[in-house]
Design a protein around this ligand. Structure first.
Ligand SMILES: CC(C)(COP(=O)(O)OP(=O)(O)OC[C@H]1O[C@@H](n2cnc3c(N)ncnc32)[C@H](O)[C@@H]1OP(=O)(O)O)[C@@H](O)C(=O)NCCC(=O)NCCS
Length: 222
């Protein structure tokens, strides 16, 4: 008999049994408010700034990804080594108390692309390309809580990166990312947002003791 898909996030392996319950506090908080009353204008976008932000992000990433991100991954967000864009909402409790909660997050970094020899290139072309190394933005993770998916939050976050590339006066050349091959929702999302699948990395991920390939997706300005 086929097992029921109980995943909350399609980033987990298709047969995963480890992603069927929420971890972050925001989900129980949302149970006491009318989600439909929260519109896009109520969502604030900013970068990670505090230890409370990090604590929330850690729990959300545990729900979204089958990867344990290191302490260094999180501290790099506070010391500016990696960059972030989060979406947050303010919840007003019956007691009058107000609290802010993260509902989406994108973590990215600036990278200098390595020039790899390609079969179609002559050695001379490859050697010349070493002197034209390009800076790019690499999306490390992106996620939105289930209650707010399909409302354009991830699209808005990716649009902010596209803007940075377009306004960089060509110092940034493109945006790219790796994603696990079975994540069809993410593939649709990136394709819809103008990313192209350019490469496959064999056995790039080891997730829940299984090997999976990765697709590399790239967005280039026109
Ligand atoms: C991928 C993800 C970040 C998209 O976030 P989002 O805010 O819902 O995306 P947007 O609303 O901006 O874009 C919606 C588009 O994405 C795709 N999409 C998003 N959620 C989808 C879903 N549940 N089912 C099908 N398609 C979906 C569709 O193409 C959709 O466009 P459409 O509604 O016009 O058809 C979100 O689904 C998520 O957090 N998934 C779990 C973590 C993950 O897989 N991250 C990507 C790892 S590389």
């Amino acid at each position: 008999m086929q097992q029921q898909d109980r995943r909350l996030s399609q980033a987990f392996p298709p047969n995963s049994q480890n992603n069927s319950s929420y971890i972050a506090e925001i989900h129980s908080v949302l149970a006491s408010v009318k989600i439909d009353d929260i519109g896009f204008k109520d969502i604030k976008f900013r970068n990670i700034q505090t230890k409370r932000d990090i604590a929330q992000l850690k729990q959300l990433q545990q729900e979204w990804f089958p990867i344990d991100y290191s302490e260094q991954f999180y501290t790099s967000l506070l010391n500016g080594q990696n960059s972030s864009l989060i979406a947050e909402i303010e919840i007003k409790f019956n007691t009058g108390r107000k609290e802010r909660f993260i509902i989406g997050a994108m973590i990215y970094q600036s990278r200098q692309s390595k020039s790899k020899y390609q079969q179609t290139q002559t050695w001379k072309q490859w050697f010349c390309s070493l002197f034209q190394t390009k800076n790019a933005l690499y999306i490390m993770t992106i996620g939105v809580i289930n209650e707010f998916r399909g409302r354009g939050i991830a699209e808005y976050m990716v649009d902010q990166l596209k803007k940075r590339v377009l306004e960089s006066n060509k110092t940034l050349s493109y945006i790219y990312l790796d994603m696990v091959v079975y994540n069809e929702v993410a593939a649709r999302f990136y394709q819809k947002n103008g990313f192209n699948r350019v490469r496959i990395k064999k056995n790039h991920y080891e997730l829940e003791n299984q090997q999976f390939d990765a697709y590399v997706y790239v967005w280039l300005p026109n």
